[in-house]
Design a protein around this ligand. Structure first.
Ligand code: RIB
Ligand code: CA
Length: 371
């Protein structure tokens, strides 16, 4: 089977790094290039991180293009609190001296799409960051869309709460005008009349948690890959504990890559989606699931995923291991997503005379003990 040609537009970023490692370990993909936008960290830092990742993966043949440094309208807000000042968890990896990145990501995307159209070989884009580059592409090079295969975007949320406001996911909150322009193009642009954005949002990515046990398993299978992932995720683990009391880290971006390769990993529905660009709910994806507005269903909103099968997919590729060989240990250590676990068991009763720490256990009515 011929590998599918893709360009990955991203903001590396720890989970972007894991997604790139997955993509570069998957024979189903022919990654033509990596385009960078400001997001988790500035585009300049992101481009340097992409060079580091390509060095780890021994794919320094793949070009890196620097894109938009600022959102279309909003002030730029990074996510260094989550990904570290260097964007890779303060892991301290050096930029490979022998490599450099190029300017002109948007022109590179346009030229690549024009070539794809003339070769009648559609080029797909996997977008893992704010969609500023893609919005610029649509504004400045609309005819290039003739060469687009599919667009899979990690971003947005349907029923899941936001991660940088009560209702907004970071990629679409960071540049809501860009996100909305892209979704509008998939509603109205004639060259996209038969296409939909595949929205891999927080509803599915929150179910993908890299736990310490899974990380330990990766280290046992492939110590060199394990060392890299350990170094870049430590900061991310700490952030997740402080922010959401999660042991481990949600890895959003790799799911978008995995889904591009194997559509059975996620399920959802078609709907018209728009992105709020102003005010309290800025960055929120408004999904018209019940077709109130009778508009073109410009998106496929993914809402369910098989987290176990994803983890098996992810580990087998980055560790170059037969998925079947992973099952015995993975079944032992895998923690199902919250909505797939048995009901929370009652905690053990508090020792006699000690107030119960939980609402489940009614404390003994003792003199002076607060309920
Ligand atoms: O909200 C999560 C997304 O924002 C991920 O792509 C992460 O890398 C950041 O870009
Ligand atoms: Ca990202």
């Amino acid at each position: 089977m011929n590998a599918r040609k893709v360009i990955i537009d991203c903001d590396p970023g720890i989970d972007d790094a894991l997604a790139l490692m997955l993509a570069l370990s998957s024979p189903e993909l022919d990654v033509l290039g990596i385009t960078i936008t400001s997001g988790n960290v500035s585009a300049d830092k992101g481009a340097k991180n992409a060079l580091k990742i390509l060095k780890w993966m021994d794919r320094t043949d793949i070009p890196v293009y620097l894109g938009e440094r600022l959102p279309l309208v909003r002030d730029y807000v990074n996510a260094e609190d989550t990904h570290g000042e260097d964007g890779l968890g303060e892991s301290g990896y050096d930029v490979p001296a022998e490599r450099s990145y190029r300017e002109g990501a948007v022109r590179y995307l346009a030229d690549s799409l024009h070539h794809a159209a003339s070769a009648s070989e559609p080029l797909s884009i996997i977008a893992l960051g704010p969609m500023t580059n893609l919005a610029r592409l649509i504004k400045d090079y609309p005819d290039s869309l003739a060469g687009l295969g599919e667009l899979v975007s990690m971003g947005g949320n349907y029923k899941s709460h936001g991660n940088c406001s009560p209702v907004a996911e970071y990629n679409y909150w960071c540049d809501p005008h860009a996100a909305n322009l892209v979704y509008e193009a998939f509603e109205t642009h004639p060259l996209l009349s038969d296409k939909q954005i595949h929205m891999i949002g927080l509803d599915v990515t929150r179910k993908i948690v890299l736990t310490p046990n899974i990380l330990e398993y990766i280290c046992q299978i492939d110590p060199s890959i394990g060392e890299i992932i350990t170094k870049i995720t430590r900061f991310y683990f700490d952030f997740h504990w402080k922010q959401e009391q999660v042991i481990g880290c949600v890895i959003n971006d790799p799911l978008a890559v995995a889904y591009f390769i194997d559509r059975s990993l996620c399920h959802g529905f078609s709907a018209y989606t728009a992105v709020e660009t102003e005010g309290l709910c800025m960055g929120q994806t408004v999904v018209d699931a019940f077709d109130f507005w009778k508009k073109k269903k410009n998106s496929i909103v993914l809402t369910e995923t098989d987290a176990f099968r994803f983890m098996c997919f992810f580990i087998s590729r980055i560790c170059h291991t037969d998925p079947a060989a992973l099952l015995p240990v993975l079944q032992q250590i895998f923690v199902p997503p919250a909505d797939q676990r048995p009901l929370t068991p009652h905690p053990c009763p508090a020792p006699h005379g000690v107030p119960a720490p939980s609402a489940f256990c009614q404390p003994a009515a003792k003199e002076g003990l607060q309920p």
